[in-house]
Write a protein that binds this ligand. Structure first.
Ligand code: SDX
Length: 389
């Protein structure tokens, strides 16, 4: 024990319990990446800078940022064999299933960057994943929507290129407000300490599996509706309420009826028992993006009503349930033109630098050991096998 926190040896690696990457104060609603408050990074940084900060521990110098930008641009194309694989995925596959399959297979095409013990290979794998995940995501979307692949365009920036590959070239180029909004959303999702998917990346990485295999595992953990899948579940919840004439009161009543096992998706958090600082930034962005649309956005109005109702209802107040990072993001993604089943893929692109940073921190910790939690056995006592009669 460190006198403050009892490190769980069962988790198998001390790095899982101690980290220099992200600080969260759930009661005060504080989130800092390598000491920088999320509000300041959201205001002034770019996603590329935040990737460098999370992975290397410091904001990049102008030269380092130029080099990172160039390496991401030069590595954006995915191997032809992977393109063919994505083109063969079932059209009805959920994009998160396709994403984890594609990421796992990246190891087969990047065999020269798979040795966790070789820092040069780890750096190569880091760059190729950061550069190629958006390309993989865009090509999965084009496959699922029956559209031709749009290749990476080296004249575009990282986020602009992703939007161009996803939605195709548009007259006048990608809307700068959408680029800024996407960049900000990626920053807000970039890391979050030892959440379910990051813990998964550490557990898989602790067996000395390669970075691609560890990230593919993180993608799978993120896909669950209690975690990253919540941004899709929020939209489906809002659309469900809209189908019954926007009857928020009946929905809230159903949530409070434990028999119904209905959750207010996008609300609640294991750590934040006050507001989620990211949700405040995202709500502001939603107001900006959605106010540009013609007419009132019924679903956004519904979301605002749900939030207002929940925040004044004792059931939610007693359980310290507030909007989390997923409550408003789906409304923005929908307004940007993404189909609902792509929302969690966007979460994965944002969270990638955080997953990589945690995996590298674990790999660089000499005290790190394989994760091997123990269980309390409560099954049958010893008994004799009766033999065959
Ligand atoms: C993310 O960990 C991270 O940092 C995650 C994340 C990240 O950046 O990586 O922040 C991203 O995953 C955000 C959370 C997205 N998930 C959702 O929005 C799904 C809805 N939320 C819940 O399922 C829940 O709040 C969790 C999963 C987020 C947290 O679950 P906990 O901490 O295990 O809480 P719990 O299930 O023990 O609930 C405590 C009480 C229970 O009531 P009682 O049994 O005490 O009467 O609160 C209730 C729960 O029923 N409750 C909810 C609720 N969340 C908890 N009731 C209604 N609606 C909800 N959303």
């Amino acid at each position: 024990s460190t006198g403050m926190v009892t490190l769980d040896p069962g988790f198998g690696n001390t790095a899982a319990c101690r980290s220099e990457i992200t600080y969260i104060d759930g009661d005060a609603g504080i989130l800092r990446y390598r000491g920088y408050p999320i509000e300041q990074l959201a205001e002034g940084a770019t996603f590329a800078e935040v990737c460098h900060l999370l992975v290397h521990g410091e904001l990049p110098t102008p030269e380092q940022l130029d080099e990172l930008t160039a390496r991401l641009r030069d590595n954006a194309a995915i191997p032809a064999g992977l393109r063919d694989l994505i083109a063969a995925f079932p059209v009805e596959a959920h994009p998160m299933a396709s994403l984890s399959g594609a990421v796992n297979m990246l190891a087969a095409f990047h065999a020269d960057a798979c040795d966790p013990a070789d820092p040069a290979q780890v750096d190569e794998a880091t760059i190729r994943l950061l550069a190629q995940l958006p390309t993989v995501a865009a090509q999965i979307h084009r496959r699922a929507t029956g559209q031709d692949v749009v290749e990476p365009d080296p004249s575009l920036g990282y986020v602009e290129n992703f939007l161009n590959m996803t939605f195709g070239p548009t007259e006048g180029g990608v809307d700068p407000l959408l680029v800024r909004a996407m960049d900000l959303l990626f920053i807000l999702h970039a890391d979050h300490e030892l959440n379910c998917s990051t813990a998964t990346v550490r557990v898989v990485g602790s067996s000395q599996a390669d970075l691609f295999a560890s990230i593919a595992a993180g993608v799978n953990a993120l896909s669950g509706p209690l975690h990253g899948g919540a941004n899709q579940a929020v939209l489906e919840m809002l659309e469900g309420i809209q189908r019954v004439d926007g009857d928020v009161d009946s929905f809230i009543k159903k949530v409070k009826d434990r028999e119904s096992k209905t959750r207010l998706m996008g609300f609640g958090h294991r750590v934040y028992k006050n507001f989620d600082p990211r949700s405040k930034q995202i709500k502001k962005l939603a107001q900006q993006i959605l106010s540009r649309q013609e007419g009132e956005d019924r679903l956004f109005e519904l979301a605002l009503q749900l939030e207002e109702h929940a925040l004044s209802d004792q059931y939610f107040v007693d359980r310290k349930l507030y909007p989390n990072v997923d409550f408003y993001t789906g409304l923005i993604y929908r307004a940007m033109g993404f189909p609902t089943n792509m929302f969690t893929v966007l979460f994965a692109i944002g969270r990638l630098p955080g997953w990589i940073a945690h995996w590298r921190e674990l790999r660089n910790d000499p005290a790190a050991r394989i994760a091997r939690p123990r269980q309390l056995y409560v099954g049958p006592k010893e008994r004799a096998y009766p033999g065959r009669s």
